[in-house]
Write a protein that binds this ligand. Structure first.
Ligand code: HXC
Ligand code: NAP
Length: 263
């Protein structure tokens, strides 16, 4: 398939991806890298970071890895500071570290609920806050990875729904605060994306996956590449007047339910 982006559009740009060692976030890191950006990835597991770096290097991406937990502000600030120092600033920051499990609100402990809020929402605040001083502006772009759960309540997902709704509002709040300095802040809301840890946790059987897909207007899961393309678009010069936007990449899921079942 022809690449819709011009080769090398991100040459000279630098992108930091929090939670970039696997899944959707790694696909975003690889996409920005394939278009020429130097990439920094950050997550907890040294093994996952090493494996992701090996994949990125194999694909010709100039990438560096950092380990730490997004719940630890100092660790986040240190990694972002190191990445920024190497290349004299950062152009794009993606915040996508997240945790999920399936549990009823009454069946999880307060610490379980807190854990997801702290990884997703507080972690995103940490990443954005620590990035601000290093951003090369104007033209800098911050991108948060939310989820359809921010806008559509799903059973057994009260923790994720709450955390992602917070991320959406944080996205808008910082777009407003940071707009005058030329920094754009947006969020992507993926629907169910195939071959990811997130969907392995949410749909454990093929029957369940089929049921979820049938409630999506496009009748299928999305791909990591489709989310990564939206991320590339939002970082690109085609999106220079887009800020404070919460863009779905969900096959129409939030538009409505195509099954015709009412109530
Ligand atoms: C109930 C659970 C639980 C479960 C953990 N807990 N798993 N409670 N049901 N299945 C509880 C623990 O008992 C503990 O509470 C608290 O949560 C913290 O657990 P820890 O294991 O100590 O936390 P930690 O090591 O920080 O791990 C965080 C994690 C883990 C979220 C629990 O699963 C993780 O690291 N996940 C990262 C990968 C991931 O989830 N990827 C998918 C992202 S998808 P107590 O009270 O016992 O101390 C996504 C949205 C997808 O975000 C949307 C799809 C459409
Ligand atoms: P994933 O592969 O598990 O990605 C999560 C990443 O975050 C991993 O690299 C993980 O690495 C890192 N991470 C988790 N907790 C962290 C912490 N405390 N500190 C630092 N890094 C941490 O899952 P995914 O399914 O691709 O999801 C990626 C993003 O897309 C998430 O924001 C998720 O909410 C969103 N999303 C996914 C779907 C879907 O269908 N999969 C749908 C909507 C939204 P370590 O384990 O090494 O820390």
């Amino acid at each position: 398939m022809t690449d819709v982006f011009e080769a090398g559009i991100f040459r000279g740009k630098r992108a930091f991806v929090a939670g970039g060692s696997s899944g959707i976030n790694l696909a975003i890191a690889a996409r920005l890298g394939s278009l020429g950006a130097q990439v920094g990835i950050f997550s907890r597991s040294p093994d996952k970071v090493d494996a992701a770096l090996a994949m990125l290097h194999q694909n010709g991406v100039d990438a560096a890895g950092y380990t730490g937990d997004v719940r630890d502000y100092d660790a986040v600030a240190s990694a972002i500071g190191q990445f920024a120092k190497v290349g004299n600033g950062i152009d794009f920051v993606v915040s996508g570290a997240a945790g999920n499990f399936v549990a009823p609100a009454i069946g999880m402990s307060p610490n379980a609920f807190r854990t997801v809020i702290e990884i997703d929402l507080l972690g995103t605040y940490h990443v954005m806050r620590a990035s601000f001083e290093h951003l090369r502006r104007p033209g800098a772009s911050l991108l948060n990875i939310s989820a359809v759960q921010s806008s559509q309540a799903i059973p057994l997902q009260s923790h994720v729904c709450s955390a992602k709704a917070g991320i959406d509002m944080l996205t808008k709040a910082l777009a407003v605060e940071w707009g005058p300095s030329g920094v754009r802040v947006n969020a992507i809301l993926p629907g169910p994306i195939g071959d990811t840890e997130g969907m392995r946790r949410l749909s454990s059987t093929p029957e369940m996956a089929e049921r979820i897909a049938s409630a999506i207007p496009l009748q299928r899961f999305g791909t990591k590449a489709e989310v990564a393309n939206l991320a590339a678009f939002l970082c690109s010069d085609a999106a220079t007047y887009i800020s404070g936007a919460i863009l779905t990449c969900d096959g129409g899921q939030l538009a409505g339910n195509p099954t015709g079942v009412v109530g």
